[in-house]
Design a protein around this ligand. Sequence first.
Ligand code: IPD
Ligand code: CA
Ligand code: CA
Length: 271
Amino acid sequence: MREHSSEDCRPEALLSVAAEAAQAAGALLLNYARSGFRVELKNPVNLVTDADHAAEQCIVDHIRARFSDHRILAEERGADTASSSRYRWIIDPLDGTTNFAHGFPVYAVSIGVECDGRGLIGVVYDPTRDELFTAQAGGGAYLNGRPIAVSATDLLDRSLLVTGFAYDIRETPNNNLDHFARFALKTRGVRRTGSAALDLCYVAAGRFDGFWEVKLSPWDMAAGVVILREAGGRVTDFRGNTHSIHQPELVASNGLVHEAMLAVLGEDPAR
Ligand code: IPD
Ligand code: CA
Ligand code: CA
């Protein structure tokens, strides 16, 4: 059934289209992983493959078939500004492209939906583990249909954190290596999975206690922050202010180690 001119979509309908699209794109990524793909270099460390483009097209086709007037912001094609719809779909068709291109099986499809600029739906699908993370604002967060919640770890000293590094790591001193070094000495460990969308979901599921990154894009975060909040987590900028997916810094946690993480991020690197 098409709902193409409806401006008050049922969140359940949005969630189900997002989940279908993410799973279809995930299946397509697995096929490319098995049968081969072409890699292009945006620069020596920033890759894109034909699987990224095909997965994105698959997701856009799913959305257009049901909600033809909704706005779309997708990593590879950019923003589509033709409509004034209240709804905007924010898509990372392959989060973890470097992993994918190297055959390291940690990557995901990320689809968020905003209504009037606020995160309403989050869906992240990891095709290699068949893990589907979903959330609807006010409705809780789920992994393959089962409720998930953040961890109860309340000390940084006992926490397992995760982070990531942007593609300009070689070109700028704001490359997160300073924060990484400090957290590595104050926690049980810091991981780098290579997929920010999964990092957010893993905090939501209690697998990590916190996540920070200095330079993310809206499509890395749109779905994951809805899932994290619905799992009871907290997300802010580095000063503890309200987080926006249109700003690059993000601190996400179980809430209990959040202030301690902000304190480490605020430490003067020269000290
Ligand atoms: C990247 C991943 C990575 C993060 C980078 C992102 P991509 O996205 O989420 O974990 O550290 O900042 O750009 O390029 O694989 O979609
Ligand atoms: Ca990404
Ligand atoms: Ca991507």
